[in-house]
Design a protein around this ligand. Structure first.
Ligand SMILES: C[S@@+](CC[C@H](N)C(=O)[O-])C[C@H]1O[C@@H](n2cnc3c(N)ncnc32)[C@H](O)[C@@H]1O
Length: 298
């Protein structure tokens, strides 16, 4: 990985001291560096190098002998070093794909996850015949759910909320980036900023990790905002708040659709039932884990 000999002469120019690194060598070196600290060293190395070279993964495969210039080699080396310290790849590149759309991500927002596409899929399938619906995405973060729905159903009126003003700035940026129309971005805690309104669908991927969950000490979670992750002793505080209060902001027959932890399926079912929701539907994510619950108001 090191492109500069430590005993180089101080008057040597950047060109003189640059040891030639090819795409193939850079990838090999990075894979080796990341082996002990990343679950996906080869994938990470490829994404980071594509970011530095502003190219596709096909380019890396097609041109393994192509040389990096000194600046590219140094930038790549720095990114690999940060990844080695645990920084998520998405925060290093500043971007993550969700629902085949590109999202800007910063440490102010949760990195959108593939499992959250389960909610988008369910909504598109279930309400495909509805030309106009009022939908709110509570705790929109990067805007992933709201933007995906807006892309699929441009005729729907979609509102996105978050308690984090920084997250709303990112979500707005992502709506523009993906050229989708989100009717409104609203700042505030859960139902407080929308309390006089009624929706056909309330969707949310709220914080649902238990405060003492050991997973918080590993992987990407260490770097993501705690306010986007944790929710009380069982991770259920926000989910309970949402099931208790959603009814007031739903039209008759309106749906509440929630993401939750793989081990919270039964607790979420009980929370829905206690608040009078009916016809509870639960779905697994792409990894086969129970991840989504939906039910409607009578
Ligand atoms: C798990 S993240 C989900 C982000 C995004 N919806 C996604 O699926 O990638 C939870 C989001 O809820 C927001 N949030 C936390 N507490 C909130 C509250 N009281 N009211 C509104 N949003 C809240 C966080 O700022 C964060 O953006």
């Amino acid at each position: 990985m090191n492109t500069r000999p430590s005993n180089s002469h101080p008057l040597q120019t950047e060109t003189d001291i640059h040891t030639v690194t090819t795409i193939s060598q850079a990838l090999q070196g990075a894979r080796h560096e990341l082996q002990a600290c990343s679950p996906s060293p080869a994938v990470d190395a490829g994404i980071l190098l594509c970011h530095v070279l502003a190219c596709t993964s096909a380019h890396l495969i097609a041109w393994p002998e192509k040389e990096l210039n000194a600046e590219q080699a140094m930038q790549f080396e720095q990114l690999v070093a940060q990844r080695k310290q645990g920084t998520p790849v998405a925060y290093l590149t500043g971007t993550r794909e969700f629902w085949s759309l590109d999202f800007k991500v910063t440490p102010d927002v949760l990195i959108p996850r593939a499992e959250t596409e389960t909610l988008v899929e369910f909504i598109i399938e279930t309400f495909s015949e509805q030309p106009s619906l009022n939908v709110v995405d509570l705790g929109t973060g990067s805007g992933a759910i709201a933007c995906a729905l807006a892309r699929e159903r441009p005729g729907w009126n979609i509102t996105a909320t978050d308690v984090s003003e920084q997250a709303l700035v990112i979500a707005q940026h992502n709506a523009t980036l993906n050229q989708v129309n989100i009717a409104e971005f609203v700042h505030g805690s859960w139902f407080e900023p929308i309390r006089d309104r009624q929706f056909d669908i309330i969707v949310s991927n709220p914080p649902y990790v238990a405060v003492n969950d050991p997973h918080l000490e590993s992987g990407d979670l260490r770097f993501e905002p705690t306010s986007a992750l944790t929710s009380g002793e069982q991770g259920m505080d926000d989910i309970r708040r949402l099931t208790q209060q959603a009814g007031a902001c739903l039209k008759s027959g309106g749906w509440l659709i929630l993401e939750h932890g793989f081990d919270q399926q039964q607790l979420v079912r009980e929370a829905f039932g206690k608040s009078g929701f009916i016809d509870i539907i639960q779905r697994n994510d792409i990894a086969g884990l129970p991840r989504m619950s939906a039910a409607h108001k009578a």
